[in-house]
Design a protein around this ligand. Structure first.
Ligand code: OTU
Length: 645
């Protein structure tokens, strides 16, 4: 084995110890050599002086070798394929779908039976919302995990999950599931052992005998759920201590200064890789490391932890990708895709929260200056990584618009955020939206927004009024937002029900476990009767279904939607029309999008200056013809165009 002879001595020593276990797997040796330093350096920096570390380090390497050795042939082939096609999630073919297992298919078996629907839509990636064994409700939609090695009993078994992953693989689709790294449920055996007096297990969490440290941290800590779970610490009488609980009181933050915690979670992640999961959505990663005097998010150590975890996976199961869920400001966000010394070593994907927020901001105001400015100032997407672009997800929309960005376009940040919360709650004159405020914070004056895309776009109100023009405008709004998410570059995700225009769930508050968390309004059960109308072009469902399918087809034909494109928003000379240019390998996509319900015009000189061609293909994804009026391109209400050069 050539590469073993080339191994650096320090790598070789570790490798020799594992050798018996990996059964002559030459590819493992290559990966071990290649990623060893990426694994070792951050862990030694974080834990090198901790007396618990040497045993944990050995256990970690064993777990990596075990996972690699047991990897079935089918998955090894996939690993190989993805090592060659490292941008498999970043290409124009990539389009995803996000659903709750129970709400989409009842159980995992039920999801397996519905795969034809997803194939028909044309997606190649399925993100199923948390499905591991959670505490009994309330469990934050599954984000309070009690057993990472088991599937929620009501949804099925690990074998069902393996079977689903295999079905998807056979259909050329990838499966993404959540792994909650920052916290466990208080019902998790680790927490239960801590409660029972096990000091080693208590050291898995951050607990405090009195308020001294919690008070010191609270001085600079924000509150994630000020309404339903105020503060960041919970008194646990059985422990006689305060426990760090960033989210709900039953979600206990893990203590990653403890090397045992890192290794335990690395083993969890390896177990999911072994089950055939393709992509892991790493939940709430910004919160994994705490530092007094800060907001305890995005600390540098978080990136050391993520780099190490990525290296674990690259050695053991290189076909598995990471998607970071970090809803933070642009400068902090881009770091999750690997920046500086972590470049190319962190997550493959991260949610582009900024784009999502600004799409809704532009839609409410009918102005694109803030969208254009903020996107233009975004740091470039790092090498070998890409954004996840999306219009809606299972969470609320937090109006993350900074004072600086607002001021740059002559707006007041606070007033604009308040306008958006009012507008989407349907409490602003002329608003078409019917969402609701989430977690109003009287102290800061902030409020976030709940509601499905369709309800926020005015579809519910329009259907109730029976006004066909209003219905048309609502559908146009939805497709406009999706058109930008699909053009921007990255992996676009369709949130379950948007393809049919599902409105807010009117019964969301009937469930006592959900009553105080109105995010449940935008998690409606799938409406299979509505889905049955998807091929009726006159129906609401048929129009959205066809519109999204046109976008998927247009993406497939456009290489400039790759995640690794360059390009920027550009001024169109009309503040109601968004202009976006994307370039890749000599190809160019120019997008124009009218964010108002009125016709708008853009001077043809703007397009000619960019070499854009006005041809029939441009109108295809919107479904309406493009008209030229004299020296102007005329855009109908909410019309968009994809132009090439
Ligand atoms: C995530 O969201 C999930 O998406 C939520 O559904 C969970 O409730 C939560 O974690 C806890 O597990 O604050 O308002 O920067 O913003 O992790 C949602 C990341 C959240 C956080 C994000 C979190």
């Amino acid at each position: 084995m050539q590469n073993v002879h080339a191994m650096r001595p320090e790598v070789r020593a570790e490798y020799e110890r594992l050798r018996g276990r990996i059964d002559g797997d030459a590819a493992f040796g290559v990966r071990f050599e290649r990623f060893f330093t990426e694994l070792r350096d951050p862990l030694f920096a974080l834990y090198g002086t901790d007396e618990r570390f040497p045993a944990q380090w050995a256990a970690l390497l064993d777990a990596i070798a075990r996972t690699a050795a047991q990897r079935p042939e089918e998955l090894r082939v996939l690993d190989h394929e993805r090592e060659i096609t490292a941008d498999w999630l970043h290409r124009e073919q990539a389009v995803g779908y996000v659903a709750y297992t129970d709400r989409f298919g009842g159980t995992i078996q039920g999801v397996r039976e519905r795969l034809g629907y997803l194939r028909e839509l044309g997606v190649g990636y399925l993100h199923l919302m948390p499905l591991l064994q959670a505490r009994p409700e309330p469990n934050d939609g599954g984000y309070a995990v009690a057993d990472y090695a088991a599937v929620e009993a009501a949804l099925g078994t690990m074998d069902d999950l393996r079977a689903l992953a295999a079905d998807l693989r056979a259909a050329g689709m990838a499966l993404c599931i959540d792994v909650v790294l920052n916290h466990t449920a208080r019902e998790h055996p680790w927490a239960q052992a801590a409660i029972a007096g096990d000091a080693r297990m208590r050291a898995f969490y951050r607990t405090f005998p009195d308020r001294t440290e919690p008070d010191a941290y609270e001085r600079t800590l924000p509150e994630v759920f000020p309404d339903i779970a105020p503060g960041n610490f919970t008194w646990v009488p059985e422990l006689d201590r305060w426990v760090w609980t960033t989210f709900n009181a039953y979600q206990w933050d893990l203590d990653y200064t403890n090397p045992e915690v890192f290794v335990a979670m690395a083993e969890v992640v390896l177990g999911l890789a072994a089950a055939g999961i393709d992509v892991l959505r790493l939940d709430a990663v910004p919160f994994m490391w705490k530092r007094v005097g800060t907001n305890c998010q995005n600390q540098p150590e978080v990136h050391d932890l993520l780099q190490a975890l990525r290296a674990v996976m690259r050695i053991a199961a290189p076909g598995v990708a990471f998607k970071a869920e970090a809803i933070v400001s642009p400068g902090d966000l881009v770091a999750y895709l690997g920046a500086g010394r972590h470049e190319g070593k962190e997550c493959d994907l991260a949610y582009h929260n900024v784009l999502m927020v600004l799409l809704w901001s532009a839609l409410a105001s009918g102005r694109v200056a803030l969208l254009s400015h903020t996107l233009g100032a975004m740091p470039r997407v790092p090498r070998n990584a890409g954004w996840v672009t999306y219009v809606r997800c299972h969470d609320d929309i937090g109006w993350a618009i900074t004072e600086e960005d607002a001021a740059a376009v002559g707006e007041d940040g606070f007033l604009h955020r308040r306008f958006l919360a009012d507008f989407y709650a349907g409490e602003f004159p002329g608003s078409f939206a019917r969402g609701a405020r989430f977690q109003s914070n009287p102290r800061t004056g902030d409020a976030r927004t709940s509601g499905t895309a369709a309800s926020l776009c005015g579809l519910g109100q329009a259907l109730a009024s029976g006004d066909a023009v209003a219905v048309d405008l609502a559908l146009r709004r939805m497709l406009l937002l999706y058109a930008i998410a699909f053009a921007h570059g990255g992996l676009p995700l369709i949130y379950m029900g948007d393809e049919l225009g599902l409105r807010n769930d009117p019964a969301w508050a009937d469930d006592p476990a959900h009553r105080d968390d109105n995010r449940w309004m935008h998690r409606p059960p799938m409406d299979w009767e509505a889905a049955a109308r998807r091929n009726d072009p006159a129906s609401v469902e048929g129009r959205l279904w066809a519109g999204l399918r046109r976008l998927i087809a247009a993406r497939r034909a456009t290489r400039a939607v790759h995640a690794q494109t360059t390009g920027d928003p550009f001024p169109t000379g009309n503040d109601h029309v968004f202009g976006l240019e994307r370039r890749r390998a000599g190809e160019r996509l120019i997008v124009l999008a009218n964010f108002t319900s009125a016709p708008q015009r853009v001077h043809l000189g703007v397009l000619h200056g960019r070499g854009a061609r006005l041809d029939a293909a441009a109108a295809v994804p919107d479904g309406r013809d493009l008209r030229v009026e004299g020296e102007f391109l005329a855009l109908q209400p909410y019309q968009f165009a994809w132009l090439s050069d």
